[in-house]
Design a protein around this ligand. Structure first.
Ligand code: C5P
Length: 246
C-alpha cells in the first residue's frame, strides 16, 4: 500500500493533560496521519485518552517502548491492540524470544478476536546513548554495529520495523529488506528551532533518505498556530514525495 505524505506524518502529543491533547487532535487531524502518545501523556491521562483519540477518527502510535519478560510484553501489546492503536513499540534489547512472542500473540489474538494487528516496531539503541554509555553497559561493539545488529534481530523476530534516528536510516535500510518500516523522530523543519535535538534533519530530507513515518513534536506544538505549522510540514512532505518521483 502506498502511503500519502499525510499518512506518514506523526505528531508527538507531548503534553501533560487530556484536554490539551484532544484540542490538538481536533485542530491537527486534517493534516496528520497519526498521533504519538508517549509515557508522559499515557501515565497522566491513561488508556481512556487513547480510546477517545481513536473515537474522534484519528490513529494512534502508542510509544511506550515496552521492555520486560516475554509474557508481560506480549500481554501489554495485546492490550494496546485491543485499544485499537495502529502502531506500538518494544525495546529490541528485550531479546528475540520476547519479540517473537509479541508477534505470535498479536497474530493469534487478532485472528481470534477479528482485530487489526498494529504495526509492531522496536527501538534499537536510544539516541540518548553514546559510545561511552553503551560501553559502560557492557557492550563492546561500535554503536552503529549494535544498531544494525538489533535491527536485524527485529526483522528475524518478524516485527515490522524499527524506530531510528534520521542519521541511522541508511544503515538500517542496507541491513534489512525494503519492506522493513523505519520510523524517524528528531526532525526539524528548516523554519523551526532545534531545541535540545542536536543532530537534526528536515522531515523532507528524512523522507527522501528512506523514512516511512516521521515524528514531529515541538516544531508543531510550540508554534503559535499548530495547525498552520502542521500544514507547512505536510506541504513540504508532499513536495518531496512529488520530486522523488521525478
Ligand atoms: O519535540 P520533538 O520533535 O523533538 O519530539 C520528538 C518526539 O520523538 C518526542 O516525543 C521524543 O521523545 C521522541 N524521540 C526523539 N528522539 C529520539 C527518540 C524519540 O525526539 N531519538
Amino acid at each position: 500500500m502506498t502511503l500519502s505524505a499525510k499518512d506518514r506524518l506523526i505528531v508527538a502529543l507531548d503534553v501533560d493533560n487530556q484536554e490539551h491533547a484532544l484540542s490538538l487532535v481536533d485542530q491537527l487531524k486534517p493534516f496528520v496521519g497519526l498521533f504519538k502518545i508517549g509515557s508522559q501523556l499515557f501515565t497522566s491521562a491513561g488508556p481512556g485518552l487513547v480510546s477517545e483519540v481513536i473515537r474522534r477518527g484519528a490513529k494512534v502510535f502508542l510509544d511506550l517502548k515496552y521492555h520486560d519478560i516475554p509474557n508481560t510484553v506480549a500481554s501489554a501489546v495485546v492490550a494496546a491492540m485491543r485499544l485499537g492503536v495502529s502502531i506500538c513499540n518494544v525495546h529490541a534489547l528485550g531479546g528475540l524470544e520476547m519479540m517473537c512472542q509479541v508477534r505470535e500473540e498479536c497474530e493469534r489474538v487478532a485472528a481470534r478476536e477479528n482485530l487489526t494487528k498494529p504495526i509492531l516496531l522496536a527501538v534499537t539503541v536510544l539516541t540518548s546513548h553514546d559510545q561511552a554509555s553503551i560501553n559502560s553497559l557492557g557492550f563492546n561493539e561500535p554503536l552503529n554495529e549494535l544498531v544494525v545488529g538489533l535491527a536485524k534481530l527485529t526483522a528475524k523476530a518478524g516485527l515490522d520495523g524499527v524506530v531510528a534516528s534520521a542519521h541511522e536510516i541508511g544503515l538500517v535500510r542496507t541491513a534489512v529488506n525494503n519492506s522493513f518500516i523505519v520510523l524517524t523522530p528528531g526532525l526539524r523543519p528548516s523554519w523551526a528551532a532545534n531545541q535540545d535535538q542536536k543532530r537534526v534533519m528536515t522531515p523532507e530530507q528524512a523522507l527522501i533518505n528512506g523514512a516511512d513515518y516521521l515524528v514531529i513534536g515541538r516544531p508543531i506544538l510550540a508554534d503559535p498556530s499548530p495547525a498552520n505549522a502542521a500544514q507547512k510540514v505536510l506541504a513540504s512532505l508532499e513536495k518531496a514525495v512529488i520530486s522523488s518521483k521525478d
